[in-house]
Design a protein around this ligand. Structure first.
Ligand SMILES: Nc1ncnc2c1ncn2[C@@H]1O[C@H](COP(=O)(O)OP(=O)(O)OP(=O)(O)O)[C@@H](O)[C@H]1O
Ligand SMILES: [Mg+2]
Length: 331
């Protein structure tokens, strides 16, 4: 995409209204300095003295933050949180990022999802990552909360130009009923879906599976050969009645629709890279570009550019800024 077209797209993105619907979580990083640890008197353990604590928006929260990063001034997140310390923090991060929280549903009986990662630092450069501590809901969204989500979704869909679905968790926000409402809405609106476990159940919306999600959706064994990816994506197109954009990591992506397919290389990036967040950044840029009228080639170009920047952000999912996009596009 030439620089002028990129500038035009970014200009249009400023005023578009984007909704992100689905699972948000809090990503917590605890850095412990083991040099300061003293043997506990109660248990035979060396505690982890946390010397730095970092919080970021994760999952759909990171997708929404990446839409804001593209310069979009109107981004609304519809998610469900609880009334715990993580909810407080998630709220604070949304406001800090520049999002309103009118579409965030709170329920005292729900757990605000969080992934907490403890890291041990010692004398040498070696850093050990301890097992992650996860807060996730173990029961499905109760009916009354689901009702609230459906009514907020209805309201949101009337105000937005495009909706990005982030369906990440078992027992998350996208229940069967919510998905059915989304499928219905997608008949007349621009809806884009990223779903870890159920991408095959969406209809009428443009879907963005990775290879693993694609083959799971069509009930086949993973087969990374391009012709196998194409055939599986064709099945998904038939199921979904809409285009499929399969992301293939460092190999780029493949766009498949009812008339054929097109392969796109990734933007080449020198190591070290940290692929965490690549899917979120791609999804945010790709879907927002399509919402403002970019064609398929342009949307993939913006998605790939954004993903190539985020993978250079080591140790976090990361948010890509307009300035970084413009810089990277000039390289
Ligand atoms: N190593 C890489 N080099 C360059 N680009 C990459 C690399 N890995 C990923 N990308 C870019 O990011 C896009 C999305 O990556 P990927 O297919 O890994 O998504 P994903 O599996 O949904 O990611 P996530 O694990 O974040 O959900 C790719 O289509 C590509 O453009
Ligand atoms: Mg993904």
């Amino acid at each position: 995409m030439d620089h002028k077209r990129l500038l035009d797209l970014l200009n249009d993105i400023k005023d578009v209204h984007i909704g992100v619907v689905g699972d948000a979580c809090l990503d917590v990083y605890w850095h412990a300095d083991m040099k300061q640890s003293e043997l506990s008197r109660e248990t035979p353990h060396f505690p982890l003295p946390v010397v730095e604590e970092l919080h970021f928006l994760g999952a759909g929260g990171n997708v929404a933050a990446n839409v804001v990063g593209l310069g979009c001034k109107n981004v609304d997140l519809l998610t469900v949180i609880g009334l715990d310390w993580r909810a407080y923090e998630l709220h604070r991060l949304l406001l800090k990022t520049g999002m309103a929280t009118n579409f965030v549903v709170e329920d005292i009986n729900r757990i605000t999802p969080a992934y907490c990662k403890p890291f041990r630092h010692g004398v040498s450069e070696v850093v050990y990552e301890d097992p992650r501590i996860d807060f996730v809901n173990r029961s499905p969204l109760p009916n009354d909360v689901e009702e609230k989500v459906l009514s907020v979704l209805d309201r949101l869909s009337q105000q937005t130009d495009g909706i990005l679905i982030s369906d990440q968790f078992y027992n998350g926000v996208i229940t069967n009923q919510v998905r059915e409402a989304i499928n219905e809405l997608a008949l007349g609106r621009k809806i884009f879906v990223d779903s870890r476990n159920c991408i095959g159940k969406f209809k009428n919306a443009i879907v963005k599976p990775n290879e693993i999600e694609l083959f799971a959706a069509v009930g086949q064994e993973l087969d990374r050969r391009p012709e196998a990816v194409f055939h599986a994506a064709q099945l998904l197109v038939r199921q979904n009645q809409q285009s499929v954009c399969v992301t293939l990591g460092e190999k780029g992506c493949m766009w498949v629709n009812e008339v054929g397919y097109k392969e796109y290389p990734a933007v080449s990036v020198f190591s070290p890279v940290d692929i965490v967040g690549a899917g979120d950044a791609f999804m945010a840029a790709f879907a927002t570009a399509l919402t403002v009228g970019a064609n398929q080639d342009e949307a993939v170009a913006l998605g790939s550019l954004a993903a190539s920047i985020t993978i250079k952000k080591i140790g976090m999912a990361g948010v890509v800024s307009v300035q970084e996009l413009l810089q990277q596009s000039e390289n």
